[in-house]
Ligand binder design. Structure first.
Ligand SMILES: *Cc1c(COP(=O)(O)O)cnc(C)c1O
Length: 366
């Protein structure tokens, strides 16, 4: 927490705004709009809920194809299945570890061949805060008329060519889950420059109540609106977001220095000018030249009560999704086998960093 969160939460109590609406919800939405440069935002219970509503708003139904990165967290893909649609999973490219424009086009063309239809929507993920290759990806989507839901759940504070991630999709998603760069304990947001879509999201998120003095419903609704208490946390967190990004980037530089003398370790790195990552997590890849395996370092850290975690297991290898179509060359499986997320919290103390450093150095015999 940054410090001011409690003031907003107390205000909610003092004014008795304990409900899924109120001044903090409105204020948090404004903060998100101002920060991202997107003109409309709806605060919701989770990022997953935001993706679900985005799919409904774009008309995704049973039998539709939805393109999605395979190298992502399950929250990106579960809502596709809620809608009875088919996730079409697409492999990453090696520079950003995000969805490959080449395999995206291959997937579109092959699905067109097999089903007679071009997939309607792409869920475009920026994993670990690293911007995907947006110019190339949006060009492919434009060419085939594919709408984009930008999953910036891990990438709040990152930019591409000077523009905030979350400002590139037809609809975009942030998450404020407990592990994200800022948190409201749990929460999410859906953003778009299309006002009608965001109004529709608010309508669906509050049980789809038609205008009437009694409860009248002509559509299926959801209980997905963010609470005014939780939004108060979000308002306080927005004040520290940029400094949290700076802290995460400093942690990233700290690890790069440690590994300078150690061969065989690659970092997920901004590939060129224009890519700016919040480095939500610092992630490394153990090449064949590494003297120590990923598992050995992870165990050494765990033995000192230091948490680290393998890179995300790709969705096409998850038991629940493996029957769905996948396009690619298996890169994400290799990332999963040999990659590690290092401790990356914004609040790591210098003592903690020292402790992590000494475990890494001794594991590599340095
Ligand atoms: C966390 C996350 C989500 C889901 O957000 P929740 O707020 O946890 O529902 C979706 N996609 C990605 C890439 C995520 O990291």
């Amino acid at each position: 927490m940054g410090g001011e969160e409690k003031e907003y939460v107390n205000k909610a109590f003092d004014t008795n705004w304990i409900a899924p609406l109120g001044p903090n919800v409105n204020g948090f939405e404004e903060d998100l709009q101002n920060y991202s440069g997107v003109s409309h935002a709806a605060a919701l219970t989770s990022g997953t809920a935001a993706i679900h509503l985005a799919l409904i708003i774009l008309g995704i139904e049973r039998g539709d194809d939805v393109l999605v990165s395979t190298f992502t967290f399950s929250g990106s893909i579960n809502p596709i299945v809620y809608q009875g649609a088919t996730p079409v999973m697409v492999e990453s490219e090696p520079e950003t570890w995000n969805i490959s424009p080449h395999y995206l086009e291959e997937a579109i063309l092959d699905r067109k061949n097999k089903t007679g239809k071009i997939p309607k929507v792409l869920i475009l993920v920026h994993l670990y805060g690293m911007p995907a290759k947006l110019d190339e990806l949006l060009a492919v989507c434009d060419k085939y008329g594919v709408a984009v839901i930008e999953d910036a759940a891990e990438a709040l504070g990152s930019t591409y060519k000077g523009k905030k991630l979350g400002a590139f999709g037809d609809l975009s998603v942030y998450s404020f889950n407990g592990n994200k760069i800022i948190t409201t304990s749990g929460g999410g947001a859906l953003l778009s420059n299309n006002q009608q879509w965001v109004e529709k999201a608010r309508f669906l998120a509050t049980q789809a109540r038609d205008k009437a003095i009694h409860y009248e419903h002509s559509e299926v609704g959801y209980n997905y609106r963010m609470s005014n208490i939780v939004a108060g946390i979000g308002r306080g967190q927005m004040k520290v977001l940029d400094s949290w990004v700076e802290k995460r980037r400093n942690v990233n530089s700290f690890y790069r220095e440690i590994f300078e003398e150690i061969e065989g370790i690659d970092f997920l790195t901004e590939p060129e000018e224009g890519f700016f990552s919040n480095y939500w997590l610092t992630t490394i890849y153990f090449t064949n030249e590494a003297k120590v395996s990923r598992d050995v370092l992870q165990t050494a850290l765990a033995n000192e009560n230091i948490e680290s975690r393998p890179l995300w297991k790709p969705m096409h290898k998850q038991p629940i999704f493996e029957a769905y179509p996948y396009y690619g060359d298996g890169l994400s499986e290799r990332l999963f086998q040999n990659g590690l997320c290092l401790p990356s919290g914004s609040n790591l103390s210098s003592d903690q960093l020292k402790r992590i450093k000494s475990v890494i150095l001794s594991t590599f015999n340095k």
